[in-house]
Design a protein around this ligand. Structure first.
Ligand SMILES: *Cc1c(COP(=O)(O)O)cnc(C)c1O
Length: 824
């Protein structure tokens, strides 16, 4: 192992390339660009820590035993070592070990809140959420941008009219966790020096993002902040531990802290009288309530050793990551669509080499636009990036002020997005034509040039439109292509996200307003979170095979993967709704579950045999739940599918089939219709249909790019439409289903509800549960509209062609082989 050397980047890079495979085996095959979240840890760190743990006995540091003494002395040595790492003089500073940076912030807030007159609070607008939350404890609070802070430092206090009595806390990040911007460390000293007499202003520096890629130097006590918080896992990956570094001069803040716990008190009287003597010497003794995280602190020793051994110093890391971030910035900046428009809208300021300015950390925050200027959905990018093994952070990244100012989101817009359903982490991330989050690529000690280059190549490959203007492929439809369209197969997915049940040939299958009978009536629910399980997280669900056995009146469920020996090969669930099989809601508070983020109430099964089977084969604690039709309130769900813009594109004059629909159907996207249509546990709509012609066309694209064709099963459709081989080699036009507004199957009509948006779940082989890149990668290239990827079409039952009161109306069904006539 060699310590990398920085400067031009090449020496360091070569060294990291050399040891990365041994030291960071988990990085093999993946590009980790989320160092601002946490850093992967080195293998030698874990090995060394394991040796330390197995060679020494570390007791709880409160007694005179040798093991206890060993812990105490190691912890005190490490405390000192942490101070040295930040160049902080132990005579001026103390380190308090905490769970994470947030816990450090809360300790300061807890103390300030207890001050006799409370406290005022000023925070920088680029603050992490954990700093923003402090305002809820303050008497008054203000959120300031750079200019306002400079103005404050130059002249007047931002706390005008609030009285000068209460002390204030001024908090800001050393580096924004959103876009990497760094802020002057000198602000702390300026605030102290220039503050109006009488008002005591404490400074809190959030160094959590900064310290992972730069040396924090607290050697100048004058300019140092009073409180500095950070999380070690962002520097070393391990241990999960944080620190609050307190400047002795600011310790008086903690005098009013009221709580004490085991470890922070010298004597407590509670029988007959209430009295206690808090520890009053060292600040860490007064603040570290309860048993210290002994082993985590000891691991820190190893982390510091290994980090130094691998990277030399934080300055090396800073030089290397700064070199890489310039390359990343320049790479993304240089991407232009065929029509000359920029691909990336970058929020991170131009990195500069000037040493005097605080500059920018190794982070690039950006969004992607297509050549017409439309934003590409973040969830879409995330899906593709994760398939290609890129680890980036997307979304609001816990930095509300930074996001709002970068994206130009006004408070009313954020609130209106909120009330129209936007939440952190939902799929709807472009609202009212604006993105609601960013893509953040952040680099760290073991990032390499090739990480950066592959990321830029990835954006180029998938998001750069080469042609001068985006052209929507226009479907060319020949009437004869469609004349022999028929139902090729019918699949039911009784248990959400599990394998499908093939409806046999010759069977008339009931169609209900909610979808095909028995489709997605059950789901598996995580025992802890109440979340419905999905193949996305648990691909093995595709091996859970339900069979509808009407002879026996049972849903029989087997598993085609390995079934542990203590479990049966199959469990049977009665199709009838005998209430006795469900958890009684009298003895047990009926629990709500979540399906795609939506809260529902389903009936959970009481049988241990059933639940153990699913938990055992999937290796996740779960229960089976049923969501039968006809429920009310939270036992009822509604269609969410709707027409997509690309489907409404102006196509050439529409072809009318002789004898097709009597009147053009009304547009299927009216809101009232949408809310009336019920569904069971399907993600979006009652029925999902795909056409074999489209699968064929997609497979041709995949094979052209050297990939392997996929089975239509990956799309988990209910109805697969096919056509017999066409004369003269013509194929039914692919994707023409996107243009239909209705469909006739046999003697029934269906309304199309819009294209089906896809995620990387289509990459799971439904026979083997293995994941691959396709077809999502090719779909992303060929089937992306408005930044979203579509394949297949949602639909629902409309009614019989021969009108109400007919036989067909009483019991609508579909059957394999029935003729299909589309309508526009
Ligand atoms: C990560 C981070 C935090 C929060 O750290 P925790 O370990 O989650 O407490 C706060 N501020 C910034 C700037 C961060 O990057």
């Amino acid at each position: 192992m060699t310590t990398p050397t920085p400067s031009d980047g090449a020496g360091y890079n070569a060294a990291v390339e050399r040891f990365r495979d041994d030291e960071y085996p988990m990085l093999r095959g993946s590009i980790y660009l989320d160092h601002a979240g946490t850093t992967p840890y080195a293998k030698s760190l874990m090995d060394k820590f394991a040796r330390d743990m197995t060679a020494n006995l570390f007791g709880n540091p409160h007694s005179a035993s040798a093991s206890s003494q060993l812990s105490t002395s190691r912890i005190e040595d490490i405390r000192l070592r942490v101070l040295r790492f930040f160049n902080a003089d132990p005579l001026e500073f103390d380190v308090v070990f905490v769970a994470n940076a947030t816990a450090g912030i809360k300790l300061v807030v807890e103390a300030m809140r207890a001050l006799p007159g409370g406290f005022d609070y000023a925070y920088h607008q680029s603050s992490h959420t954990s700093l923003v939350g402090v305002r809820e404890e303050a008497r008054n609070s203000v959120c300031l941008d750079d200019l306002q802070i400079e103005g404050w430092l130059a002249s007047s206090s931002p706390f005008q009219g609030n009285g000068e009595d209460a002390p204030a806390l001024f908090a800001y990040p050393a580096q924004s966790n959103m876009d990497g911007r760094r802020f002057p460390l000198t602000w702390a000293s300026k605030v102290r020096r220039d503050n109006p007499a009488g008002k005591r202003i404490y400074t809190l520096l959030d160094a959590a993002a900064f310290v992972s890629s730069a040396p924090l130097d607290l050697s100048c006590t004058d300019t140092a902040p009073d409180f500095t918080v950070l999380s070690f896992y962002k520097i070393f990956g391990f241990p999960d531990l944080g620190a609050l570094i307190v400047r002795h001069e600011a310790e008086d803040v903690f005098a009013s802290r009221r709580y004490f716990g085991g470890g922070t008190v010298d004597m407590v009287v509670c029988v007959k009288e209430q009295w206690h003597a808090s520890k009053n010497q060292l600040i860490h003794e007064r603040l570290e309530d309860g048993t210290q995280p002994i082993h985590s602190i000891i691991a820190l020793d190893t982390a510091l050793d290994v980090h130094r051994q691998l990277f030399g110093s934080m300055s090396n890391v800073a030089a290397h990551t700064s070199f890489l971030s310039h390359r990343l910035y320049d790479g993304l900046k240089s991407l232009r669509h065929g029509n000359g428009e920029l691909v990336c809208a970058i929020y991170t300021p131009v990195p500069n080499f000037q040493t005097r300015a605080p500059g920018t950390g190794p982070v690039v925050a950006f969004n992607i636009r297509n050549s017409l200027g439309a934003w590409v959905s973040l969830t879409e990018i995330e899906k593709l990036a994760s398939l290609k093994h890129f680890h980036v952070r997307t979304g609001g990244v816990c930095n509300p002020g930074g996001i709002a100012s970068a994206l130009g989101l006004e408070p009313w817009e954020m609130k209106s997005n909120f009330s129209s359903g936007f939440r952190c982490g939902t799929e709807n991330d472009i609202m009212a034509g604006k993105p609601t989050g960013v893509i953040r690529a952040s680099l760290g000690a073991m990032s390499t040039i090739s990480d950066v280059d592959s990321f830029v190549d990835f954006i180029r490959e998938f998001y750069l439109d080469r042609y001068p203007a985006l052209s929507l492929s226009e479907p060319t439809v020949q009437p004869q292509d469609l004349s022999r369209l028929h139902v090729h197969s019918i699949s039911i997915y009784p248990i959400k996200s599990c394998a499908g049940y093939q409806v046999p040939e010759g069977v008339d299958w009931e169609v209900r307003p909610e979808g095909l009978a028995w489709d997605r009536e059950w789901c598996l629910v995580h025992q802890g979170s109440g979340q419905a399980l999905s193949q996305k997280r648990y691909p093995e669900m595709s091996l859970v095979r339900p069979i509808l056995d009407f002879q026996r009146g049972e849903l029989r469920v087997g598993y085609t993967g390995h079934v542990p020996a203590h479990l049966p090969n199959e469990v049977r669930v009665p199709l009838s709704q005998n209430p006795a099989v469900f958890q009684s809601s009298v003895t047990r508070r009926s629990r709500s579950s979540r399906v795609c983020g939506e809260e529902i109430v389903a009936q959970t099964y009481a049988s241990a045999e059933i639940n153990d089977f699913f938990s055992g084969v999937l290796k996740v604690p779960c229960v089976l739940a049923r969501f039968p039709p006809g429920g009310q309130g939270k036992s009822m769900r509604h269609n969410k599918a709707h027409l997509q813009k690309h489907q409404m594109a102006p196509y050439p004059p529409k072809l009318l089939l002789p004898g097709s629909f009597p009147a053009p159907p009304s547009p299927p996207d009216s809101d009232t219709e949408r809310t009336e249509r019920r569904i069971l546990l399907a993600n979006e709509s009652p029925i999902l249909a795909i056409s074999l012609a489209s699968v064929e066309a997609l497979n041709q694209e995949i094979e052209r790019a050297g990939g392997k064709a996929v089975s239509p099963a990956v799309f988990r459709a209910n109805i697969v439409l096919g056509s017999p081989p066409q004369p003269h080699d013509t194929q039914a036009a692919p994707y023409v289903e996107d243009t239909w507004s209705g469909l006739r199957i046999g003697c029934h009509e269906f309304t199309m509800l819009g294209s089906c948006r896809r995620c990387h779940m289509v990459c799971i082989n439904q026979e083997t549960a293995e994941k691959s890149e396709e077809p999502f990668v090719t779909l992303s290239k060929t089937r992306r509209f408005e930044g979203k990827v579509f394949f297949g079409t949602h639909m629902c039952y409309r009614g019989p062609i021969d009108g109400e009161g007919s036989l067909g109306a009483q019991f609508p069904t579909v059957r394999i082989g029935e003729g299909v006539v589309p309508g526009w």
